[in-house]
Design a protein around this ligand. Structure first.
Ligand SMILES: [Fe+2]
Length: 385
């Protein structure tokens, strides 16, 4: 009997020591964020990681109102883990939202009880929801940095974001997705520099599709509809974001049978685009800007370019598109509209510059600025509507 009692005491002591040890290890940090991946007039997605499995949530308020708490859940279950995304809903246009992340580590996850460690709280950040009635804002476009975070940092020294401004990453911001680390380095810079407080819209390029970690681009930059094509409506402008996929044929040996982009462009995106351009927008739209990585060039250099030119170009003409923003070629190029084949100009961004689009009530002033702040190019696009 005594032997049994001593054995139980020993087991209990070991369990206590083990628990104490795990508690001592429970330091928790909020890492890789927070950052915004999709923002509209009425909703916003906030993303971050915790350094270990945690219960975590967003606390947010409007102006000086009451703080509310939102956590991610699916089918009634609160989602724990290390990668987190929470969608705030019920927001109003042009609202300033303050928020902070709270998290507590999960030390023991049993069927009837869960033990938490000490909670941590992030800095309080603030962002503004989009507003279709807003008069004037600036949108910044970057593309083809190919994992060169240092160059992105230098370019951002020339950027002064103001409330109401947007940032677009227009493809090939990472070189390939063999693992997630390169994307996390990009996220860390963005979160630190601007993306906790300004909307960042990630437009997938062809290099983001390469490697076994490619799906993490969508996982790390979730959108409301869960798609890589979507619209952004703000300040009288409608940005039509599309996924131009890979550049070569799906059967090309480089893709090893893992590309299915013809179907995406032809059977999924084109019907969506047709529906979009034939349906009146809910609010007056002065500007329509298409944003996708591989440009409609007319040069027939890439398979996807030919397909896009055939499928999307007539719809853009029909929609009265004002401007296409693209990348991919690594050569800064301005292609004026020709009024016959293509009724809209194209700005192809370079690799050592960014485009700054300043919208007023009648026109878009497009400046291309280099790493030293020099103005390389300027174009004025007048609204068609
Ligand atoms: Fe590209």
């Amino acid at each position: 009997m005594w032997v049994r009692v001593l054995f139980l005491i020993a087991v209990f002591s070991t369990w206590c020591l083990g628990t104490a040890s795990r508690a001592a290890d429970s330091d928790l940090a909020i890492v890789h964020g927070p950052y915004l991946s999709d923002v509209s007039e009425s909703a916003a997605i906030i993303n971050w990681n915790t350094s270990r499995e945690a219960y975590t949530a967003v606390e947010w308020q409007v102006d000086d109102g009451a703080w509310r708490t939102v956590m991610a859940s699916r089918d009634g279950l609160v989602i724990t883990g290390t990668r987190h995304s929470v969608t705030l809903v019920g927001l109003k246009p042009g609202q300033r939202i303050s928020y902070r992340i709270v998290a507590k580590p999960i030390l023991y996850y049993g069927s009837n009880n869960v033990n938490y460690g000490s909670s941590v709280t992030s800095t309080t950040y603030a962002f503004e929801t989009l507003n279709r009635a807003r008069k004037g804002f600036t949108a910044y476009f970057f593309n083809d940095l190919h994992s060169d975070i240092d160059r992105l940092k230098t370019l951002f020294e020339q950027v002064q974001l103001q409330p109401g401004d947007l940032v677009f990453f227009n493809g090939d911001m990472v070189d390939h997705m063999v693992d997630e680390q390169v994307l996390l380095r990009l996220i860390d810079f963005c979160a630190e520099r601007f993306a906790a407080q300004f909307p960042l819209y990630y437009v997938r390029g062809n290099h983001e599709t390469r490697g076994s970690a490619a799906p993490m681009v969508q996982a790390r930059f979730p959108t409301f509809g869960g798609k890589t094509f979507y619209t952004v409506e703000h300040g009288g402008a409608q940005f039509i974001v599309l996924d131009s996929g890979e550049d070569k044929e799906d059967s090309h040996k480089e893709y090893s049978g893992l590309a299915d982009f013809d179907a995406l462009r032809d059977q999924i995106e084109t019907p969506w685009l047709r529906q979009l351009v034939t349906t009146p927008t809910a609010a007056p739209t002065k500007f329509k800007v298409a944003v996708f990585h591989i440009p409609i060039f007319g040069g027939a250099r890439w398979h996807s370019e030919q397909q896009i030119a055939q499928l999307w170009r007539p719809l853009f003409n029909q929609a009265g598109l004002d401007l296409e923003m693209s990348g991919h070629t690594h050569v800064r190029t301005w292609l004026p509209q020709d009024y016959i084949w293509r009724h809209f100009p194209i700005m192809i961004g370079g690799t050592h510059s960014f485009a700054k689009l300043t919208f007023d009530e009648r026109s878009i002033n497009l400046d291309v600025i280099d790493i030293s702040g020099r103005l390389l190019d300027h174009h004025k696009v007048k609204a068609k509507l």
